[in-house]
Design a protein around this ligand. Structure first.
Ligand SMILES: Cc1cc2nc3c(=O)[nH]c(=O)nc-3n(C[C@H](O)[C@H](O)[C@H](O)COP(=O)(O)OP(=O)(O)OC[C@H]3O[C@@H](n4cnc5c(N)ncnc54)[C@H](O)[C@@H]3O)c2cc1C
Length: 388
């Protein structure tokens, strides 16, 4: 009987592993199929909002991660051209008390390693690497083909295979990614010896027309993760492209001395091209559904990590109630999650536009940011951080 087979999960990234742990904790067998061999765990820093850390705590993963994380005291917003500090958004104790869970930053590789250890320890979860999902056949259950022709059967399939998802092509073949015309560059710097304001225990966000810069501590505060987003660059697939520092610096020529000096300090830059995806007509088709970037990717100019774990608790609850009926479970999951995920995506777009304002609009933005109370800026995200 198909219902006795495991739930298959394509992709052992952040979403696939979280989903597998959640299902395992509910006593539902899950098999995770990952194309890579886990040898290369590249990537940059990740911000985990309280909505994400609450769920990691409920999955039993947060305590394992804490030693590698950093708890920033605030977000400091700067004007990238003048270098003027525009606003402070309190995090640290303030955010933890308000939302009942901490706001943390860490390296993606540390998050991935913690999730992987928890998934490997879960008796109902099995991980299979070197399995590149390339074909899907749905009858009573689901049959998945690896690139080498081998197959595996499951009761249902959850596509957690990221931005360039193969499962999405099966669920919504009409959906097409489009290049957003911008590139994100990332690097890590040792924090020791960095001048102010980069040495401060905060998230720094620098805004300017056509470019912005984000930095925050990772590796328990030992390193500073720096991400610089600028218009242009070539369109390419993958999170780990080699980057030409001169093409990065040319996007920041008009920037203030401090921010340029940070960019000039770094040696090894990596890059990824930004892609956007229109809203999918559906996230689920029969006993197949999508989570994470496969369903609704956000541009990195958005508050990305704040929505990392959307949907996973719902998926677990829904499965617990109706494990034999994945079709209904997936429809319920999609109906429950879509409005919030869509609101988040729209918020990310709006913030991206605000970051890059120019001329009088930039000056008006700077003035408005200065007038708002510190806590009011955080309060506008209550709907996100305060709700799972
Ligand atoms: C190596 C790597 C580095 C990253 N670095 C950054 C970064 O620096 N900055 C940033 O903002 N985001 C980065 N991301 C993306 C970020 O992790 C996601 O945006 C976010 O965590 C959402 O998670 P997800 O599970 O939906 O996708 P991901 O975390 O991207 O996970 C998708 C997983 O699916 C696997 N996969 C893909 N196709 C198949 C297939 N056909 N069969 C089997 N497995 C498949 C991938 O190998 C990957 O492990 C990176 C992702 C990866 C995989």
């Amino acid at each position: 009987m198909a219902q006795d087979l495991p739930v298959l999960i394509a992709g052992a990234g952040i979403g696939g592993l979280s989903t597998a742990i959640a299902l395992g904790r509910a006593g539902i067998n899950a098999t995770v199929l990952e194309r890579s061999t886990f040898a290369e765990e590249s990537g940059a820093g990740i911000q985990l909002g309280p909505n994400a850390t609450r769920i990691l705590r409920s999955l039993g993963v947060l305590d394992v991660l804490l030693p590698q994380t950093f708890r920033p005291e605030a977000v400091w917003l700067f004007d990238g051209l003048s270098g003027r500090r525009l606003a402070t958004v309190p995090l640290g104790d303030h955010a933890e008390q308000r939302y009942g869970a901490p706001y943390l930053t860490l390296h993606r590789a540390d998050l991935h390693a913690g999730l992987r250890t928890a998934a490997e320890a879960a008796s109902a979860v099995s991980l299979s690497s070197g399995f590149d999902v390339s074909g899907i056949e749905a009858r009573d259950g689901i049959t998945i083909a690896n690139l080498d022709g081998t197959t595996i059967e499951g009761s249902s399939l959850i596509g957690a295979d990221g931005l360039w998802s193969t499962v999405r092509k099966w669920v919504a073949p009409e959906a097409a990614l489009s290049y957003a015309g911008a590139t994100a560059f990332r690097t890590l710097l040792p924090r020791k010896g960095l001048p102010a304001p980069f040495s401060a225990p905060v998230i720094g966000l620098w805004l300017s027309p056509k470019a912005h810069l984000v930095h925050y501590p990772v590796h328990a505060g030992g390193a500073l993760n720096v991400v610089a987003v600028t218009a242009g660059g070539r369109k390419a697939q993958g999170w780990n492209q080699t980057a030409d520092p001169s093409s990065l610096l040319s996007g920041f020529t008009r920037w203030c001395k401090e921010s340029k000096s940070l960019l000039e300090r770094a040696e090894g830059w990596r890059a990824w091209s930004l892609f956007s995806l229109p809203a999918l007509p559906r996230w689920s088709r029969g006993a197949v559904t999508l989570v994470g970037d496969a369903a609704i990717p956000c541009c990195p100019i958005s508050p990305k990590a704040r929505r990392r774990h959307r949907g996973r608790r719902h998926a677990r609850e829904i499965f617990r109630r109706r494990p034999q009926r994945p079709r209904h479970a997936f429809r319920t999951y999609e109906n429950a999650r879509r409005p919030r995920a869509t609101r988040l995506k729209n918020t990310a777009r709006r913030l991206g536009r605000i970051y890059h304002l120019r001329g009088p609009a930039r000056l008006a933005r700077n003035t408005a940011l200065g007038l708002r109370s510190e806590t009011a800026t955080l309060r506008q995200f209550d709907w996100l951080y305060g709700v799972d």
